[in-house]
Design a protein around this ligand. Structure first.
Ligand SMILES: [Zn+2]
Length: 338
């Protein structure tokens, strides 16, 4: 796409790399169970446009809604050169087939999303798990100072993790590494979206916090997680207690991650980061229990949950560029397999 854009320019002064970079954009998509955010992101990680697309349990109809939005977005920025499409998903993608193979909260059957979107948009599509995409955004657009062991945990409808170990992003066999959210904490617990009982995410997700709140105080209306955050800020003690219980269980699950991978830094991404004053200390205290040795990793919020996911989706595409055009970041070229 880049070369095509260059060739189509009028003859004369060759555009500088900076001018060229300013024209390069990708379409970034962040998929959640009920909605997707579609955005245009440039090489510096800046969002140039953003739209929300409601999704249904019908994958074909949902895909069409997303591509309609992408087409409109591309038409609205006629001067930009679109490099490709990066998609962040609440599931795992087989690195060999690029098919979505595990997405318990999405309820979409095995689907070749990549092929469907590539055919409509005539652009290459890269897909990645949301937590791994978020982690890629942190590695790509921020300076992390040579840290080689980082785990990023996304807390939303589910709980996911992306793993950067010994300086490499880890995907594991069939791309399934990092599924700490579906490790059983209580085999007699409630049924998880994956079909098993008592997984970590049934205790630590935003859905879990809403359940804790309903148990303390059946609400008169259906409330969303951001309502719960607002209620806590307004002084509702049951909302505060529900969030504190969620934080405790996030910390408890981090014990698993610390024991398995010994990261020096754990990022937490998602809506809870806007209320980090409620979560941070509780998570740290619980994670610190049963430390095997050494020091507790730093536990930090990403501060930009959704934007991090969109930037991560963009980074999936930009990481394929030649070294001179790549965004600044630590070892960007080697983070993902081609
Ligand atoms: Zn599960």
């Amino acid at each position: 796409m880049c070369e095509g854009g260059l060739a189509s320019r009028p003859r004369g002064r060759r555009p500088t790399l900076l001018e060229l970079n300013d024209d390069l954009v990708v379409i970034a998509v962040d998929v959640h169970p009920k909605q997707a955010t579609v955005a245009t992101v440039d090489l510096k990680g800046r969002l140039l446009s953003r739209s929300l697309v409601p999704l249904t349990s019908d994958p074909a109809a949902s895909t069409r809604l997303m591509t309609d939005c992408m087409l409109r977005m591309r038409q609205s920025l006629p001067r930009k050169i679109f490099e490709g499409i990066g998609i962040s998903l609440p599931g795992r993608i087989d690195p060999d087939t690029q098919r979505l193979i595990f997405a318990p909260n999405l309820h979409w059957p095995d689907l070749d999303l990549k092929k469907a979107i590539e055919e409509t948009m005539d652009l290459p599509v890269k897909m990645e798990n949301a937590a791994t995409a978020c982690l890629l955004a942190e590695l790509t657009f921020k300076r992390i100072g040579g840290i080689r062991d980082i785990v990023l945990v996304t807390v939303s409808e589910g709980v996911g993790a992306g793993v950067f170990a010994n300086g490499r992003l880890i995907s594991g066999h069939r791309g399934m590494a990092g599924e700490f959210g579906h490790v059983t904490l209580d085999p007699t617990g409630i049924i998880c979206s994956c079909g098993r009982r008592g997984c970590w995410e049934t205790f630590a997700s935003c859905r879990a916090a809403l359940r804790y709140y309903r148990e303390l105080q059946p609400p008169s209306r259906v409330i969303a997680f951001h309502d719960l955050l607002n209620l806590a800020e307004e002084g509702d003690p049951h909302a505060a207690a529900a969030l504190a219980k969620q934080a405790l269980y996030i910390g408890r699950g981090l014990q698993l991650i610390i024991a398995a991978l010994s990261p020096s830094l754990i990022y937490v991404a998602g809506d809870i980061t806007s209320a980090w004053h409620r979560f941070g200390a509780v998570i740290e205290k619980e994670a610190a229990k049963h430390m095997l040795g050494g020091a507790l990793p730093r536990i930090l919020p990403t501060h930009e949950g959704e934007i991090a996911r969109l930037r991560g989706a963009a980074a999936l595409v930009f990481q394929r560029r030649s070294a001179g055009d790549r965004p600044q970041g630590a070892g960007f070229a080697s983070l993902l397999a081609e």
